[in-house]
Design a protein around this ligand. Structure first.
Ligand code: NAD
Length: 459
């Protein structure tokens, strides 16, 4: 550790990784890992097609920390920077098997073609795997996603009964796939905005509310409940409340199951959480940040509904306030006009364009402007996040120290609106999030945490 002590020797360079504290406690990644995905749309199909393409050696897992990232260990002079997947016992891509639910009956090959993200040539080469994955009947409530409707939907006498049907699906997949371990990751549409209510405050209240068909129980909560009841960790890729309510925290902690969310941090918010920390670091003031997007995929269509947009808007607005801390810097950040817009524009499909106009001010209050025009591809940015979350949640599940926590804040790197312990403000700065993630990995293996103090290099 960079303690400032007079020692040029890396503290634990000679200790073998097997001897370090923590290492032995991570159970090995034996057997298959089943990935269960509510929502087989653009993101889910781009993820599964991508994994299959990488397995076949016809593409690279670009954007994935678990596949391409390295982690520095010890001092800068040590020259130890293994790949993350070699440093930790992560599941291999060949061990992944997939299933999911959707309100449409298309198999994953048809859904991927419909989503229009990947080229036909690539899809033809992975057709065997994708075509064999057919969606199970979904738990769906049109009141929660107003812009779409589909035929592949479960019927049940109440919401608890629907949860039981999902639990049957989970058990069925565990058996049919031969998976040793399972992960569920929500890639379905953004649900309408709801706030926490009495029904969400405890597990008992949640189960009672499900039995009584309480309108405050969203479909995503029914999936999350079923997942946790079956001992399956859950990640939430959308901004819905879903697993971020006291009842789910309680369930996750009681059963020692990792949970994380909300809302994959992909395009505009990724940029925001890179730029805003730079302004704060240099004490540049901010008077306004106007963000707008055009997007033409099904997600864009769903977000055209004011209820679903409100859920997304809340998720996107939080980052600036937490990064800039206006209470600490009222002169610089006490009066910011922050606006976020998403416009459904079909010609662009999944190829979103996000514009930002940023009004900042510097020395003596002189104004300046920054314009960002990000021509991105939504699902191309989201797919590696799904892969990393699946592999890291599985790692967390095999690590007693992590699974006991329930909420996996160290995965906040991947989310627009990261889940934290109640009362704790989230870290949004991308580089703090990355440091937190990597230090967590070092900690698990008994490696020195990296503080960047570095005084010892000058002894
Ligand atoms: N792509 C990104 O960059 C990004 C970033 C952050 C969050 N997200 C979120 O990820 C989710 C997926 O995005 P996408 O582009 O794949 O959208 P999509 O519309 O292509 O796919 C969502 C799928 O979910 C299905 N669905 C809706 N409700 C369902 C339910 N209750 N059960 C099962 N299936 C259901 C829909 O039929 C659709 O096929 C969205 O909520 C989106 O907001 C995406």
């Amino acid at each position: 550790m960079a303690t400032g002590k007079k020692s040029a020797k890396p503290a634990r360079a000679s200790v073998k990784s097997e001897d370090r504290p923590g290492t032995a406690n991570i159970a090995p990644a034996k057997g298959k890992l089943g990935v269960m995905i509510p929502g087989m749309g653009a993101v889910a199909t781009t993820f599964v097609a991508g994994v299959e393409a990488v397995r076949k050696g016809i593409a690279s897992p670009i954007g994935s920390l678990t596949q391409m990232g390295t982690i520095r260990l010890g001092k800068r002079t040590d020259g130890r920077s293994p790949k993350i997947k070699e440093f930790l016992p992560l599941a291999g891509l060949n061990d992944l098997v997939f299933t999911g639910w959707d309100i449409f009956e298309d198999n994953m090959d048809a859904a991927a073609r419909n989503a229009g993200v990947l080229e036909r040539d690539l899809l033809d080469q992975v057709k065997g795997t994708l075509g064999a994955i057919k969606p199970m009947k979904a738990v769906f409530d049109h009141n929660y996603v107003k812009k779409i409707d589909g035929p592949n939907v479960k019927k049940g006498k109440n919401k608890l009964d629907l949860a039981e049907q999902l639990r049957d699906d989970i058990r069925g997949f565990r058996k049919s796939s031969g998976a040793e371990r399972l992960i569920m990751i929500w890639c379905a549409s953004t649900e309408t905005f709801i706030e926490q209510s009495a029904a969400h405050q405890s597990l008992k209240a949640l189960e009672k509310a499900m039995k009584e068909n309480d309108e405050n129980i969203a479909p995503s909560m029914i999936y999350a409940y079923a997942s946790l009841m079956e001992g399956v960790p859950f990640a939430n890729g959308a901004p819905n409340l879903t697993v971020d309510i006291p009842a789910m925290h309680e369930l996750a902690q009681a059963r020692e199951l990792p949970i994380c969310g909300k809302d994959f941090k992909t395009g505009q918010t990724l940029m925001k959480t890179v730029l805003a920390p730079a302004f704060k670091a240099r004490l540049l003031g901010l008077s306004g940040w106007y963000s707008t997007n055009i997007l033409g995929n099904r997600d864009g269509e769903v977000l055209d509904d004011p209820g679903s947009f409100k859920t997304k808007e809340e998720s996107k607005l939080g980052a600036l306030e937490h990064i800039l801390q206006p209470a600490l810097y009222p002169e610089l950040y006490g009066n910011i006009f922050h606006k976020v817009r998403i416009n459904y524009y079909p010609p662009r499909g999944d190829n979103k364009e996000g514009w930002d106009n940023i009004d900042i001010f510097g020395w003596l209050g002189y104004p300046m402007q920054i314009k960002v025009d990000f021509l991105c591809r939504d699902s191309i940015l989201a797919a590696p996040i799904v892969l990393d979350l699946v592999l890291f949640l599985d790692l967390a599940q095999r690590t007693p120290e992590l699974r006991r926590l329930g909420i996996q804040e160290w995965l906040s790197f991947y989310f627009k609106s990261p889940m934290t312990a109640p009362g704790l403000y989230p870290e949004h700065d991308l580089f703090i999030q990355l440091m937190k993630l990597k230090n967590t990995l070092r900690h698990l293996k008994g490696e020195e945490l990296i503080t960047h103090l570095g005084l010892e290099y000058y002894d």
